[in-house]
Design a protein around this ligand. Structure first.
Ligand SMILES: [Zn+2]
Length: 160
């Protein structure tokens, strides 16, 4: 990462050109790690949904669970998706479509789902590009706590 900023003996002193010096827009590595979280919050992935995916913490609200599940689709974390699924509706397995490129999440509405609730509803729109075509999934999802932890119960497509 830091090779570019080594001060090299200035033969071509480039006072004008130098993008190398400008600290303002170092490219952020894409994907998991230090890059922005796919869920759209400002924190880096590792401090946002990454904590939930690693099991270091549990999503405190239904909305955070929703966001972390969206991020799990982005980083293809199938085990996380399965373990945050309500036991009564959880599929035996999940094949994620590798051609699916998730392009952003909008939370449209939440109901309940806070630290003080046992149930919650999150309405969202997820944007994606599939084989070159942009699309969106608009869903109203229901979340229920199981042993204190938020789980995804089911969802209804809301047209688009
Ligand atoms: Zn996140």
């Amino acid at each position: 990462m830091s090779k570019a900023s080594r001060s090299r003996p200035s033969r071509t002193s480039s006072a004008a050109a130098g993008p190398a010096r400008s600290p303002r827009s170092a490219p952020v590595p894409a994907g998991p790690g230090g890059g922005p979280c796919p869920c759209g919050r400002a924190e880096p992935y590792r401090d946002c949904c990454g904590r939930f995916h690693r099991g270091d913490a549990a999503a405190p609200t239904a909305e955070r669970l929703m966001r972390s599940r969206y991020s799990a689709f982005v980083v293809l974390d199938v085990p996380y998706l399965l373990r945050t699924w309500h036991p009564t509706t959880r599929p035996a397995g999940l094949d994620l479509e590798p051609a699916m490129r998730w392009a952003g999440l909008e939370i449209l509405r939440t109901e309940g789902g806070s630290a003080f609730h046992r149930e919650g509803v999150v309405e969202f729109r997820a944007h994606y590009v599939h084989e070159g075509e942009a699309g969106g999934q608009h869903e109203v999802s229901r979340f229920v706590r199981v042993d204190g932890l938020w789980t995804y119960l089911d969802g209804q497509n809301s047209g688009s």
